[in-house]
Design a binder for this molecule. Structure first.
Ligand code: PLP
Length: 218
């Protein structure tokens, strides 16, 4: 299916100022990304390293590429030279690897910690109660982690669930996000997809990740 240009314009106009739209282009051809790029979109999200690297090499250099999938440590090296934001950091060893690759490429790489807020056990991420010790460690060791910058949190709500449940999950994530605003550069709360972004925005999201609404079903 072609890019939904009308849906894109409507969405762009509907999102409050301060909410970044990440167009999730996974599985979609380069031509579709290009079409949305020509309408002015610059933030795109992918969830497989190989696919991201390939598309990045074929598309304009001013695209801001977001990695939204589960990232394996041994693949960080491939995206470190250009990735704009890694949404799915969920282990401390991965954070250290991002720093290491950041040093190698001379970039400070922005990351979000993925938090598990959904009922499904299949989704990745830290549990909310692991966040506190995790961030205390980060604060203690931050001097050494010069090439990685934690910008906030990312989470996915339960699939196809009722709005009350989704609202509860997003609100919980937002409350956790707000507890750490003392951290420098802590300004990004990535939550909301095609089906649940209106609720996410109401709950304080600063970044929505939208795929099917813009590119059609996968
Ligand atoms: C695929 C995906 C999205 C977009 O999902 P849609 O339902 O197509 O909007 C958002 N976030 C993550 C992490 C994804 O994997």
């Amino acid at each position: 299916m072609a890019v939904q240009a009308d849906a894109f314009r409507e969405l762009r106009d509907a999102l409050p100022r301060g909410v970044t739209l990440v167009a999730v282009s996974k599985t979609k051809p380069v031509a579709d990304i290009r079409a949305l790029y020509d309408l002015g979109q610059r933030d795109f999200g992918e969830n497989y390293v190989q696919e991201l690297v390939e598309k990045q090499s074929l598309l304009p250099p001013d695209i801001r590429w977001h990695f939204i999938g589960h990232l394996q440590s041994n693949k960080v090296r491939q995206i470190a030279p250009f990735v704009h934001l890694i949404h799915g950091v969920d282990s401390y060893s991965l954070l250290k690897e991002v720093h290491k690759q950041g040093v190698k490429t001379g970039r400070a790489i922005d990351c979000l910690i993925q938090i598990h807020i959904a009922r499904e056990s299949t989704k990745f991420g830290l549990d909310l109660d692991e966040l506190d010790p995790w961030l205390h460690r980060y604060e203690r060791e931050r001097q050494a982690l010069t090439h990685v910058r934690l910008r906030g949190l990312m989470g996915m709500a339960t699939n196809g669930c009722d709005e009350i449940q989704i609202r509860e999950e997003f609100s919980g994530l937002e409350a956790a996000f707000r507890r750490y605003t003392r951290l420098p550069g802590w300004d990004t709360l990535s939550m909301g997809m095609s089906v649940d972004y209106p609720v996410a925005v109401e709950c304080g999201s600063t970044m929505v990740r939208i795929g099917s609404l813009l590119f059609g079903d996968r």
